[in-house]
Design a protein around this ligand. Sequence first.
Ligand code: NAD
Length: 366
Amino acid sequence: MHVLVTGGAGYIGSHAVLLLLEAGHQVSVYDNLSNSSPESLRRVCAMAGASPELFIGDLLDSDRLKEVMLNVKPDAVIHFGGLKAVGESVEKPLAYYRNNVVGTVNLIEAMECADVRRLVFSSSATVYAESKKLPLMEDAPRDASNPYGRTKLHIEQMLEDLAVSSGEWSIGILRYFNPVGAHPSGNIGEDPQGIPNNLMPFISQVAVGRRNEVKIFGKDYPTYDGTGVRDYIHVVDLAQGHLDAIDFLTHHKGQFVWNLGTGSGTSVLDVIGAFSRACGRQLPYKIVERRAGDIAEYYGDPTAARLELGWKAERGIEEMACDMWKWQSQNPAGYGEFEIGDYTNEDLNAYIKGIKDTLSSTNVVS
Ligand SMILES: NC(=O)c1ccc[n+]([C@@H]2O[C@H](COP(=O)([O-])OP(=O)(O)OC[C@H]3O[C@@H](n4cnc5c(N)ncnc54)[C@H](O)[C@@H]3O)[C@@H](O)[C@H]2O)c1
């Protein structure tokens, strides 16, 4: 099968591209590299012994998107491309609505233009309304509490409307819980710019000495140890869910929603404990005030994904911490700085495929 992956150079996308190539699929990536580096795809190519074709392009450039879609004519699209920082979305809501919502409208129009009607979309557990009823099921009430979450909610609703409007579509909405970890090789992983928003990348930067201590926001929550509880999911398990969703959509028309999580929650203190064991030293932490907007606990019910996709999270918190530590300790500065500058699509493809060893100028620092 030929799969076009938007945002395929990013954290989750690069893991999915690797699994797709390993499973023998042909892969094209559409990414503007605004939050990623070609280095991730270069490493994916080296590991898979096969290459995706990289198309540099923006989801907001509808002409480029149509041109690529008509050229590639994929059997399916996996749509990771988008902005994802909750805090930034509060400061720049329009940038988030434009990039995520308008970008998805453009993508769907380009797909229609090329008669491609199989789509897997990266949604998030952030679309669920706060609830005391756990685990969260797919039909739980939705109500996002920030602009980022609302972009996901709007896109979900748009995809529902699309599936109602035409019986031709096969759409899978995947609601991720908290993706963490890295490929067990330590070659690819999450490379956040600036101060990480999420707990696990923050902890791993403390472990590698880039930050002093982990801040725990509140120890008086009604949870098993007083700290916040979340459903962490290993990025390789998560990536596998996309391959299983594509298989399912090959045989089913309509619109489907699946939670991708482990089905149980882990506290902040337990995550710090697992990471301390992984890196071999007790990581320093400090309890500080609760953070506005944080909720005590949530985790999802992944039964639908198990029954319908045959998917199940295989890796636990110790493995997530070990693999994350391997990635972080082997790559303390992530993939290094990258700016797209004047690089051509050809340059970048030659680089990721190993035909060129460097990207000539100072744009890539490894
Ligand atoms: N990582 C998480 O915690 C998490 C949780 C739930 C959902 N998600 C969703 O999963 C998807 C992938 O997340 P990730 O963690 O891999 O993020 P990421 O930032 O690492 O990857 C996103 C990719 O999309 C690209 N991109 C962004 N805007 C684009 C545009 N306009 N045109 C073309 N490419 C563009 C970026 O360059 C990047 O390569 C996102 O849609 C995100 O909202 C992520």
